[in-house]
Ligand binder design. Structure first.
Ligand code: FAD
Length: 297
């Protein structure tokens, strides 16, 4: 790796100050959280920001807290803290599972949820489960605070809808539905988790009183320019019984909705085939949890 090029380093202690500095640089400045993407990119010369704004001295952005029946996860919450959270583990299984498979423990101790989303990678592990959980992204910028549905955050590879000066401050997850279950799976080049996804898949199912699927959500990473919802596959599941036949059909539809590319890591055909397999497995996992939740105790 190369040495870092010189840059101006700011360490604001308030959000207002961070936003003011970032806005003044009109997009030339980059916020820094855990640095596991940004510092690597800077060392490799893929990013050359003249100004870097460290967010980590801003208080209050590193908490997981209850809000209106749901849960608010601050942008500076580290992936290791999500993995360690009993609230996330019990209420948001897809997100919890994704936190267990993002990189290795040393990276998870630095990497933040805000940085994972802010990077705008089509392969990031946090977006698919957050889409399935129906998360909203809180954003603060020169124009004040706004909220963005997670599926609208990413516009293309490395591109988010954030305007210059805007930073992600939190993600807000609604209360999980009763009789619901969710799951996440991914496969990386090394054959398991711990690695950037060749394909990442999350699924969420809600069962109605009649035992049929009342709602379904499926989200995929690394098979399109952005993480996306496989809406046709979701529609094929609603009102159907949670059976292997319907899961297999939906997984095939989701794979057709994908727009994978071939690159050094995998061919488009392999990614599409893998998407089908992973969606099928996440649907089975999610159904298992939903059926368990539906059993009277
Ligand atoms: C060896 C290795 C393995 C990895 N494996 C995985 C993996 O398996 N899965 C995966 O998803 N990722 C993986 N990554 C990528 C990286 O660890 C994650 O994307 C991580 O979550 C980034 O968070 P961070 O806090 O380190 O972000 P940073 O590097 O600090 O920032 C990343 C980007 O987001 C911007 N940013 C940071 N915070 C905010 C904010 N609050 N608002 C707006 N923009 C912001 C930065 O300006 C930068 O553009 C890996 C990285 C390495 C080095």
């Amino acid at each position: 790796m190369n040495r870092l090029r010189p840059f101006v380093f700011h360490q604001p202690t308030t959000l207002d100050e961070a936003v003011r500095i970032l806005a003044a640089e009109r997009g030339a400045a980059r916020p820094l959280a855990g640095g596991t993407d940004l510092v690597v990119d800077m060392k490799l010369g893929r990013a050359r920001p003249p100004v870097v704004v460290n967010l980590k001295r801003i208080r209050g952005l590193d908490r997981i807290e209850p809000v209106d029946g749901g849960t608010r996860i601050g942008a500076l919450v580290r992936i290791a803290a999500i993995q360690a959270s009993a609230i996330v583990r019990e209420r948001y299984p897809a997100l919890w599972r994704a936190s267990c498979t993002l990189a290795t423990p040393p990276i998870r101790n630095l990497a933040t949820i805000g940085g994972n989303l802010g990077r705008g990678s089509p392969a990031g592990d946090m977006a698919p489960p957050l889409i399935v959980h129906g998360a909203l992204v809180e954003v603060e910028g020169p124009g004040g605070r706004r909220t963005v549905p997670i599926q609208d955050l990413h516009l293309g590879p490395g591109i988010t809808c954030l305007a210059p000066g805007e930073v992600i401050t939190a993600v807000v997850l609604p209360a999980p539905p009763p009789h619901g279950g969710s799951a996440f799976r991914k496969l990386g080049k090394r054959g398991g988790g711990w690695d950037i996804a060749l394909v990442g898949a999350a699924a969420g199912l809600v069962l109605g009183g009649d035992g049929a699927i009342a709602d379904a959500r499926i989200a995929l990473a690394s098979v399109a320019p952005t993480p996306f919802r496989a809406r046709a596959a979701e529609a094929a599941l609603r009102g159907r019984p949670p059976s292997e036949e319907h899961f297999a059909r939906a997984a095939g539809i989701a794979a057709e909705e994908a727009r994978p590319i071939s690159d050094v890591r995998a061919s488009a055909a392999y990614r599409r085939s893998l998407a089908r397999v992973l969606v099928l497995r996440t649907l089975r996992d999610a159904a298992g949890l939903a059926l368990d939740a539906a059993v009277p105790r």
